[in-house]
Design a protein around this ligand. Structure first.
Ligand SMILES: *[C@@H]1O[C@H](CO)[C@@H](O)[C@H](O)[C@H]1NC(C)=O
Ligand SMILES: *[C@@H]1O[C@H](CO)[C@@H](O)[C@H](O)[C@H]1NC(C)=O
Ligand SMILES: *[C@@H]1O[C@H](CO)[C@@H](O)[C@H](O)[C@H]1NC(C)=O
Ligand SMILES: *[C@@H]1O[C@H](CO)[C@@H](O)[C@H](O)[C@H]1NC(C)=O
Ligand SMILES: *[C@@H]1O[C@H](CO)[C@@H](O)[C@H](O)[C@H]1NC(C)=O
Ligand SMILES: *[C@@H]1O[C@H](CO)[C@@H](O)[C@H](O)[C@H]1NC(C)=O
Ligand SMILES: *[C@@H]1O[C@H](CO)[C@@H](O)[C@H](O)[C@H]1NC(C)=O
Length: 449
């Protein structure tokens, strides 16, 4: 008990302003509202996306934005080359180009159906109008219109050649080049396994990035660039989905880029995957507990032994994110964690937003209507709860949040995101009730027999 109280006390840690649910996109500065006039199809698969966009051109806002872009298209040479030759969306000099192209297409197809309900469309726009007052809607018009954007993407911009084992896990993450670029090296230094990372930037930033020799380059790292263009908000869930489309392993592990995994995470996760039944009706979700350190260097323990030691006798490490959002990780059950020798079950739901290892191909896709920093991960994990996933905490795989400057979120932005989040949560709750009723009916039918 002493240990628990002690690390809950969060001594020695001071963090900036707290915004609830501020877990998504730390690497992104919201700049003053520039004119938003861009909607881009994802170059990679123009056909599919044109189709989706046409469906969605239903949306008045989207249509207006789209109308505004016609004629004012790409000005930089980089853009021109990608526009003129969509084949170049995966650089043709990359060996295995055709195989990679196929991989992304196949992946997009897997999640297509699920994604359709998680993108901006006309019924959703009408719903928004019914929950926002006219004044609010106007105040939020920038957030709302950007929540319907599909940014240009180039998949696999560097050499990639990896043949997964039948049971294997890809680390997924996303970041902005402006604030997060140094994190790539830090994460990959701890993770020898395959990774799929989406990176966001202006045309200039991306050009620089592509033209730099990176020490972390390896054959098992897929890097995908997403063009910011005139957007002002970080499209956090769009970014996560891009990372998912670049994965080719049985399992995926999505983390935010300001977290660093412990050293043996890759080997350990593979070991745990074998211990679960992935074919039953209760689908497993493996929780990798999250901590945070105030140290810039040396704050990430190598293993559980070191972790417990640091929690006990060193005020440089606390559970995430006790100071900012005490409920977001409370279901991890920290008291149990301290004594655990193997995985243990916990409850999902509420505002619980753990980082998870999931089976690829049958997990939900992220809701692209959620942008910037609020609700974006809570609602993903909430959906897993709705879908009756079984949450299991791993005792010795963990991630540690490292310090970085926090940008205060404007009140209006928060208000807009809050309402959008509530609306999407309502959708999920309807799904939940529907599923519960279906299960109840099924049981009754069974009894009657
Ligand atoms: C379209 O562009 C015009 C001129 O730049 C601007 O006044 C208008 O607000 C834009 N409309 C939208 C929906 O962005
Ligand atoms: C971005 O907006 C500026 C004006 O605000 C416009 O001149 C430019 O063409 C836009 N760029 C793209 C790629 O749409
Ligand atoms: C994806 O993995 C499968 C084996 O699991 C392999 O046959 C295929 O070539 C891989 N695709 C890519 C693009 O690496
Ligand atoms: C789109 O605009 C038309 C008229 O311009 C309007 O009748 C319709 O209700 C609008 N749709 C939405 C979803 O706002
Ligand atoms: C890329 O870098 C090289 C060497 O640093 C430089 O000569 C070249 O102009 C750069 N190309 C672009 C497109 O920035
Ligand atoms: C944990 O890490 C420390 C420091 O790297 C190392 O000395 C120790 O042997 C490790 N313990 C286990 C059980 O791997
Ligand atoms: C706490 O941890 C830091 C970094 O690992 C280390 O430099 C320091 O000596 C530790 N303090 C104690 C009391 O263990």
């Amino acid at each position: 008990m002493y240990i628990i109280n002690r690390f809950r006390g969060a001594r020695g840690l001071k963090f900036g302003a707290f915004v609830l649910g501020l877990i998504g996109a730390f690497w992104w500065t919201t700049t003053a509202n520039k004119n938003l006039m861009t909607i881009h199809v994802d170059n990679y698969n123009t056909e599919t996306n044109k189709h989706i966009r046409d469906d969605c051109a239903c949306s008045n806002i989207t249509r207006k934005i789209a109308a505004n872009t016609s004629g004012s298209h790409p000005t930089t040479s980089l853009t021109k080359s990608t526009k003129q030759n969509t084949e170049k969306t995966i650089s043709t000099h990359i060996t295995g180009y055709a195989k990679l192209k196929k991989l992304v297409e196949t992946n997009k197809n897997i999640y297509k159906h699920d994604l359709q309900r998680k993108q901006f469309n006309e019924p959703y726009e009408l719903k928004l109008k019914s929950v926002f007052s006219k004044t609010e809607y106007d105040k939020c018009s920038q957030v709302i219109s950007e929540s319907g954007l599909r940014h240009d993407v180039q998949y696999f911009v560097f050499q990639y050649n990896y043949n997964p084992s039948p049971i294997d896990v890809t680390l997924l993450s996303h970041l902005t080049l402006e604030r997060g670029i140094h994190r790539i090296e830090k994460i990959l230094a701890q993770w020898p396994g395959p990774a799929s990372l989406s990176v966001f930037g202006t045309d200039d930033e991306i050009q620089n990035f592509l033209n730099t020799t990176h020490s972390w380059k390896r054959n098992n790292i897929g890097i995908h660039v997403v063009y910011q263009r005139n957007a002002t908000y970080y499209p956090v869930n769009f970014m996560r989905n891009v990372a998912i489309y670049g994965a080719n392993t049985s399992h995926i592990w999505m983390i935010d880029a300001d977290f660093t995994p412990n050293k043996d995470a890759y080997q350990l996760i593979k070991k745990y995957i074998f211990r679960f039944d992935w074919t039953g009706t209760k689908r497993p979700a493996l929780i990798t507990p999250a901590f945070e350190t105030a140290l810039n260097e040396g704050g990430v323990p190598d293993n559980r032994t070191q972790l417990l030691k640091k929690l006990e006798d060193n005020s440089t490490l606390v559970t995430f994110s006790f100071t900012r959002c005490p409920n977001c990780h409370i279901n991890t059950n920290w008291e149990q964690f301290m004594i655990a020798t193997e995985e243990y079950k916990v409850k999902g739901g509420g505002n619980f937003e753990p980082y998870l290892v999931l089976q690829r191909n049958n997990s939900p896709i992220y809701d692209e209507r959620l942008i910037a920093r609020h609700w974006n991960k809570i609602l993903y994990d909430y959906e897993l709860f709705v879908l009756h996933y079984e949450f299991n905490v791993l005792p010795d795989v963990f991630i540690v949040h490292e310090p970085h400057e926090r940008i205060k979120q404007p009140k209006v932005e928060f208000m807009c995101l809050e309402k959008i989040g509530r609306l999407i949560k309502d959708e999920l709750n309807k799904k939940r009730i529907f599923l519960q009723q279906s299960i109840a009916t099924h049981r009754q039918v069974h009894k009657a027999h």
